[in-house]
Design a protein around this ligand. Structure first.
Ligand code: 4AD
Ligand code: MG
Length: 465
């Protein structure tokens, strides 16, 4: 008989029929006469209960069926007597694929700390928590593609190895090449590294935006969705050295269109989670974060506040004057810390905020310069519990202004000539933004640390798995 996935089986009403399920044992308990095995196959957070007549299958045979063992079960589907489950299987036959020695298998049935689970990142997808998180991660990726596809955006692939530093923050991991076919050795026989594979110095991309702009000024509206890399030595619960970013870029959109798109996009993703991942979201809500579902529903109801940076600073300064203590100072020109962002969102407005028109000194070279000569048409979307979840802007479309800004910042022109061509030939107003995929997942799952929403986190001193 063909295997039925547990997610489908739990919805089945074909009582009396013979079924097969395969999966990993969560627990086995019971008496001398009857055993209950909770089996999970990863298709859902929910287990199916296997009822075993001990005499029929034999006590000795059942012994190695411990937490973590993999088995295949044939049996009869019956309506469950127990509360909290709809169906169960009365086993007629069990095959053991593999055992998991209780003395060494780390995932015994008990609470494990997130720190411990990070040390066994190769096994943690087998826990309820990480099963839920990674199913949600998949669903969010799907929702993102669907959102843009339905709107007529094209998914555009930008390179991972690049010679330009989009954000200009000097956080690029350099690519060194060792030419395996032509190893040069020194007199002691040590390999001499050849850093000249590309004929110039290259790095892992920090953003696909610059190439995304090339595409938007050809295909109209595009998005990227790929891995990005930042060598920032910030050991925080919100930073990864390798993270995934979604970057839509739209020709003819101004900053207001950009804000509208960002708000619609993020609400679509949150709605998708509520509509399609409720079992997993509810599990995480009940287990870790009792306010999760309410927070998700909250951002859907609220219209996001739109506020110039300068106004935001005034609000923060007033809070300081009234005695609110921040760790970092507040003044016009400062790059806001996450505590400042969260104050605006969580305490002042009590809903998401889009902060606009930042000082040009703290933003990247490509942003459209405002008339005041001091600010640029940037927009950061700030979220409860997260702080910055999206960063974007209207782009500088004027060749001379962009050229001068690149020069002012001492960005090597030899890496930028192709980018400048978008402004040299048929330049148009355009805008875009970047959503940090893991920041979105932090919000949707309620997890406290960004290391726990990506299968294999890359952070300073951590690339074990
Ligand atoms: O604000 P950022 O640096 O903007 C850009 O990279 C632009 N090129 C985007 C664009 O306009 N196309 O990064 C965008 C988002 C941030 O708001 C944050 O959500 C996420 O990427 N992010 C990180 N997520 C995890 N770990 C890090 N180290 C991150 N750095 C940025
Ligand atoms: Mg940013």
């Amino acid at each position: 008989i063909k295997r039925t996935k547990i997610v489908d089986l739990l919805k089945s009403t074909a009582f009396g029929s013979t079924v097969n399920v395969k999966g990993w044992v969560r627990t086995r308990r019971g008496s001398k006469q009857v055993n209950f095995i909770a089996l999970n196959d990863g298709s859902t957070i929910n287990n199916v209960q296997i009822v075993v007549d001990v005499d029929k299958l034999g006590e000795e045979f059942l012994k190695p069926i411990t937490t973590g063992a993999s088995i295949s079960v044939n049996g009869t589907l019956v309506q469950s007597q127990g509360k909290g489950q709809s169906v169960e299987i009365q086993a007629t036959e069990i095959e053991i694929y593999g055992t998991a020695d209780p003395a060494t298998y780390p995932l015994q049935k008990k609470g494990h700390s997130m720190e411990f689970l990070r040390e066994i990142a190769h096994l943690r997808p087998r826990t309820n928590t990480f099963g839920a998180v990674f199913r949600i991660r998949h669903n969010m990726a799907y929702a993102i593609h669907k959102f843009f596809h339905d709107k007529g955006f094209f998914y555009f692939h930008t390179p991972i190895i690049t010679a330009s530093d989009c954000e200009g923050a000097g956080q690029m991991f350099q690519v060194t090449t060792k030419n395996l076919y032509n190893l040069k050795k020194d007199e002691n026989g040590s390999i001499l590294y050849d850093d000249d594979f590309f004929g110039k110095q290259t790095s892992l991309t920090v953003s696909g935006q610059l190439e995304g702009e090339l595409a938007a000024t050809a295909l109209g509206q595009i998005y990227t969705f790929g891995p990005t890399f930042r060598a920032e030595n910030s050991n925080t619960p919100r930073h990864l050295a390798e993270f995934w970013m979604i970057e839509p870029e739209v020709a003819f959109n101004d900053i207001n269109d950009n804000m509208e798109l960002a708000e619609e996009f993020i609400k679509y993703c949150v709605q998708w989670a509520l509509d399609n991942c409720m079992d997993d979201v509810k599990f995480l809500n009940d287990m870790f974060d009792k306010g999760l579902i309410e927070r998700l529903q909250g951002v859907l109801k609220d219209e996001f506040v739109r506020l110039p940076y300068t106004e935001g600073i005034k609000i923060l300064e007033e809070a300081v004057a009234k005695g609110h203590k921040f760790e970092f100072p507040v003044y016009w020109g400062v790059d806001l810390a996450s505590e400042h962002e969260r104050f605006l969102v969580e305490e002042h407005f009590k809903r998401p905020v889009i902060l606009t028109d930042y000082p040009k000194e703290i933003k990247a070279f490509y942003m459209k310069q405002n008339e005041d000569g001091k600010t640029v048409r940037a927009m950061d979307v700030l979220f409860p519990k997260i702080g910055e979840i999206i960063g974007g802007s209207e782009r500088e479309a004027d060749y001379d202004k962009l050229y001068n800004r690149i020069q002012e910042l001492n960005i090597p022109m030899k890496d930028m000539w192709w980018y400048l061509d978008t402004r040299r030939f048929g330049t148009v107003p355009h805008s875009g933004f970047g959503l940090g995929f893991e920041r979105l997942l932090l919000f949707v799952t309620g997890m406290a640390n960004i290391r726990d929403v990506i299968p294999f986190p890359r952070t300073p001193n951590n690339a074990e798995f």
